[in-house]
Design a protein around this ligand. Structure first.
Ligand code: MN
Length: 260
């Protein structure tokens, strides 16, 4: 049993099953026989981005993958995806909920609210929220930015034009992004973000989120060893090179179109 805020602000007790149905409502519709409906992805993305919602449950919950655990084979193997999603991502969520449980004043905040305002959080939970809130936000987005492998996988339309304009070409963007992914010493992420000077490639250490630096993440790759080690072992460069095949450019373009 857990408690959620009902509409009038009164906390009520709900069963695990009821909570599960609640969280699945946003995501279950996303998957129809392996085909992802646009509206479903939008829901996933909205949740992933922590967009304002007056009905967020008091606890953060694990979003379902918008595809099967083996959908990214051979680029990312089924066991890696299963452990990554059900163990690693779930652990960030559990730790985030634990950190927040004695801070009911923060219950209405989205994960992005928390990550944008780390300095305003009580010092006792600031690091836990930075690490585990970041882990929850980053992975929620990461899942939506991937899909079944495709050859010659590349962006199109206005996103492709913006990438060409900023980096010179899609290939030059890939080089710059991979350089960030390879240059991140130890665990972290490489990102395409929209920042103060337009599109940019950056890396973050550990589970730090670009939103804490005022950057909007448009695409990111997890370069923690847990993301690739079973299949690629120490060969991070091979993982990064293969990963381009599974990038869901439609979803990246959707985020790009929503930029203010
Ligand atoms: Mn990860």
């Amino acid at each position: 049993m857990t408690s959620v805020n009902s509409g009038n602000g009164v906390r009520r007790r709900v069963s695990v099953n009821e909570r599960r149905r609640f969280m699945q409502g946003a995501f279950a519709a996303a998957v129809t026989g392996g085909v992802i409906a646009t509206t479903g992805l939008r829901s996933v993305h909205a949740a992933a981005c922590g967009e304002p919602s007056s009905s967020r449950p008091a606890e953060f919950t694990l979003p379902e993958l918008p595809y099967a655990y083996d959908a990214l084979v051979p680029v990312i193997d089924e066991m890696t995806m299963t452990i990554h999603h059900t163990k690693h991502h779930q652990a960030y969520i559990n730790n985030l909920n634990t950190a927040l449980k004695d801070h009911p004043d923060l219950a209405g905040k989205t994960v992005n609210d928390l990550l944008k305002g780390l300095a305003d959080l009580p010092e006792a939970i600031r690091t836990a929220v930075r690490n585990n809130g970041g882990g929850h936000a980053n992975h929620s987005l990461f899942w939506t930015w991937m899909r079944a492998p495709q050859e010659n996988n590349a962006p199109a339309g206005e996103l492709a034009e913006a990438i060409d304009s900023k980096f010179g070409s899609f290939e030059k963007f890939q080089e710059a992004f991979a350089k960030k992914a390879m240059g991140q010493f130890g665990s972290g992420w490489a990102w395409l973000v929209a920042g103060k000077s337009g599109l940019d490639v950056v890396s973050t250490a550990n589970q730090d989120s670009p939103v804490s630096e005022g950057n909007q993440p448009l695409l990111g790759i997890d370069v923690w060893e847990h993301a690739y080690y079973l299949h690629y072992q120490n060969k991070r460069a091979d993982y990064v090179a293969a990963w381009w095949k599974v990038v869901n450019w439609d979803e990246v373009a959707r985020g790009f179109r929503q930029l203010p």
